[in-house]
Design a protein around this ligand. Structure first.
Ligand SMILES: CSCCC(=O)C(=O)COP(=O)(O)O
Ligand SMILES: [Mg+2]
Length: 234
């Protein structure tokens, strides 16, 4: 890798540090099946108010009732729309699943040693995902490799950084973490996210896990199959 040594690594979750199949086949159905019940159980509470208000605003439908909100959230889940109110409520529902032991975050086996290696090297370690900060915290705290929270320095999502395909989001993260853009490395499985980070001056590496139906390379970017060789020990 040319240029200054990275001082921060920012990792995507789905398809990069964790399994996209797990997100699609386990997490999404878990939250979708519980949307109606969650809304009814939290009626009148601040989180319920926030989800209803944000769903109406995002859908451009100010008159949606609770049932309509549930249907809208379910439709977004089915189409994998990265809508902030869906990400918010998914994170809250998954938190219950992690707390009860019904869910565990899927993390690839090369990820914990990579995070530990970067920690030893004094490199800061962040997560940036469309999944909410609450969802990210649950995923890593209750991972199938145990509690990985101590290996992470912070979390960014659609609410506190912005959309992952927008270069402005990466500029916002740079301002927050205090590491120069040129010394920040982003790892993701999605070309448009890597393009946006690159436009913000970050360094980028694509990740494509074995068996990914999109192929073993992220078009237009240097790509690795796992994190074993990313910033190895000197
Ligand atoms: C534990 S985060 C759940 C994943 C998710 O909801 C999502 O939308 C994944 O997006 P990513 O940006 O991590 O690819
Ligand atoms: Mg991803």
């Amino acid at each position: 890798m040319n240029g200054p040594a990275p001082r921060a690594v920012v990792c995507d979750i789905e398809g990069t540090t964790g399994s996209a199949d797990h997100v699609r086949d386990v997490l999404f159905p878990y939250a979708r099946e519980r949307l109606t019940h969650w809304l009814a159980a939290h009626r009148g509470q601040p989180a319920w108010e926030r989800v209803l208000h944000a769903t109406r605003a995002h859908a451009g439908a100010p008159d949606l009732d609770e049932r309509g909100v549930a249907a809208t959230l379910a439709a977004w889940s089915d189409a994998d729309v990265k809508a902030p109110p869906l990400k918010d409520v998914q994170g809250l529902i998954w938190a219950d699943g992690y707390a009860s032991g019904e869910l565990a975050g899927h993390v690839y086996e090369d990820v914990p040693p990579a995070l530990a290696r970067w920690q030893r090297a004094g490199i800061a370690r962040y997560v940036y995902s469309s999944g909410s900060v609450a969802a990210q915290r649950g995923w890593f705290a209750h991972s199938d490799h145990g509690d990985l929270s101590p290996l992470l320095c912070g979390h960014f999502d659609l609410a506190n950084a912005g959309a992952k395909r927008d270069p402005a989001s990466y500029l916002a993260i740079t301002a927050r973490i205090g590491v120069p853009a040129g010394a920040t490395l982003f790892l993701s499985d999605v070309r448009e996210e890597l393009d946006a980070a690159l436009q913000a001056g970050w360094r980028v590496i694509g990740v494509r896990r074995a068996g990914d139906p999109r192929g073993d390379r992220v078009p237009g970017h240097a790509t690795v199959p796992d994190l074993h060789g990313v910033l190895p020990d000197p």
